[in-house]
Write a protein that binds this ligand. Structure first.
Ligand code: C2O
Ligand code: CU
Length: 485
């Protein structure tokens, strides 16, 4: 496949942004830009069909669904503690919504049709407005018919700027995607294929960064970059690797690590839905041939993500820069772990598993009968769907303000990135070694057979989705909600 070349990345330092004192901002739709345009009135996100040149302008265009016809859509941006407003206009031929993934927002702004709002029908619009209490890297996407709507391109980054400038030289924000396209670059159908859903989900054939395959991005020798990266893929798990450049992880799912960690210490596996902020230093003697950025999830088959093209004079004597400092923590509610209620949530089902049946609408069905109804996954022996295909009873009911401890047990042969809306949880224990303990996350990737303990304080009333972010798993049973009142 040919390598697409894009114009120099246009970025705006966060200092410029903060200096401008703007509230809600939308970046111009430049592929690598985070340059912000002043939003006179709340920006409009129009969900619409569009054409994307995933392999560059010389190759065939792909018909996609995107915000303002593009994938990713514009970067939504505001400062910590400020209100982000935007209008969703629906130009598609089906119902949609916008969910702001990871933002601790009021329940009626959470964008889940049938649970927190009515879906936005074709030709209609919906105005979202919520304050963003946590700084960090987040994203947005529809929350209805997610496998197809997100899989065809509806997604975008949402950045909440830190109150105090962080000492980086420049920032880049990447939406990483994974398109399932044929040789003609057309998106393949089969979004509800049950075989795919019972395995690892819809894996793509073409990785992209901000809608381009393996873009070449100019960088300056000696500069320190902050890379904000979101995994917007339906099913692909990512493991970022950057050739010959020191990389530190400073935040996961928007929330700062207490101490930045070299990426080389332990691989970080980023499940669909997750985000990672890293600091990387372009070496003073970086070669003209460039630095490869790859997804090394399978180290034997690295998938290209991008190529940094170093510019500027070579300086062999340049010494490595000191480790970056930690970001200030977000204002998360304290945990009252003493006496906190515990609950085990077992994830069950999938191919080559041991699930022989589960309850659906109060009726016990065999695995075969569940498959006939389009379900292959369950939580604690249940599929949390209502009679009409909507939502049934909650997985758990919490008292407002209580701290709860969940043991998530992956009893399947597949990995699952499990996401909770409206909160961040702390990882108290996990089977898998490496980077993982004491992190605050909104999505946690469980390896096959792994179990983890998480805890959170239920400080946000409402009905909050709890589901796997492999979207075809979500659609086929690994989904429910918790009620906080
Ligand atoms: Cu990224 Cu329930 O969503
Ligand atoms: Cu899953």
């Amino acid at each position: 496949m040919s390598r697409a070349t894009v114009p120099p990345s246009l970025t705006l330092s966060r200092r410029d942004l903060l200096g401008s004192g703007l509230g809600a901002l939308v970046a111009a739709t430049l592929p690598f830009g985070t340059r912000a345009a002043r939003a006179a009135s709340p920006p409009i996100l129009t969900a619409a069909t569009g054409l994307a040149h995933l392999l560059g302008s010389e190759r065939a265009a792909t018909r996609i669904w995107g915000y303002n016809g593009a994938s990713p859509g514009p970067v939504l941006r505001c400062s910590q503690g400020e209100t982000l407003s935007f209008r969703l206009a629906n130009d598609l031929d089906r119902e949609t919504s916008v969910h702001a993934h990871g933002i601790r927002l009021p329940n009626d702004q959470d964008g889940v049709p049938g649970l927190t709002q009515l879906s936005v029908v074709p030709g209609e619009s919906f105005d979202y407005a919520f304050s963003c209490p946590d700084a960090g890297t987040f994203w947005y996407h529809p929350h209805i018919d997610s496998a197809e709507q997100v899989g065809r391109g509806l997604k975008g980054l949402l950045v909440v700027d830190d109150a105090d400038p962080y000492p980086e030289d420049r920032e880049m924000a990447w939406m990483v995607d994974d398109w399932l396209v044929g040789d003609d670059l057309a998106i393949q159908g089969g979004f509800d294929d049950l075989h795919t859903a019972a395995h690892g989900g819809r894996l793509g054939t073409l990785p992209t960064v901000n809608g381009l395959f393996a873009p070449s991005l100019p960088v300056t020798r000696g500069e320190r970059l902050r890379l904000r990266l979101a995994n917007g893929a339906n099913a692909r798990i990512l493991s970022l690797a950057i050739q010959d450049a020191p990389v530190w992880v400073i935040a996961l799912d928007g929330h700062p690590l207490e101490r930045p960690r070299p990426l080389s210490d332990s691989a970080v596996y980023l499940g669909p839905g997750q985000r990672m902020d890293v600091i990387l230093d372009i070496p003073g003697d970086a070669p003209d041939t460039g630095l490869a950025v790859v997804d090394a999830f399978d180290p034997n088959v690295p998938r290209p993500l991008a190529q940094f093209l170093p510019q500027g004079p070579k300086d062999k004597s340049a010494s490595p820069r000191p480790a970056p400092s930690a970001l200030p923590p977000n204002p998360l509610p304290a945990l009252a772990l003493d006496g906190a209620r515990s609950l085990t949530l077992s994830l069950q089902g999938g191919a080559m598993g041991s699930m022989d049946g589960a309850d659906l609408n109060g009726e016990r069905l065999s695995f075969q009968d569940l498959v006939g109804k389009g379900f292959v996954w369950a939580v604690n022996g249940k599929i949390y769907r209502g009679e009409d295909g909507g939502f049934g009873p909650p997985i758990d009911s919490l008292r407002l303000g209580e701290t709860v401890r969940y043991t998530l047990r992956n009893g399947t042969n597949w990995a699952h990135p499990i996401h909770l809306h409206g909160h961040a949880f702390k990882v108290l224990r996990r089977d898998r070694p490496g980077l993982g303990l004491n992190l605050w996350l909104d999505t946690i990737l469980l390896a096959p057979g792994e179990s983890v303990d998480i805890a959170f304080t239920a400080d946000n009333p409402g009905k909050w989705m709890f589901h796997c972010h492999i979207l075809s798993h979500q659609m086929t049973g690994m989904m429910g909600y918790i009620l906080i009142s």
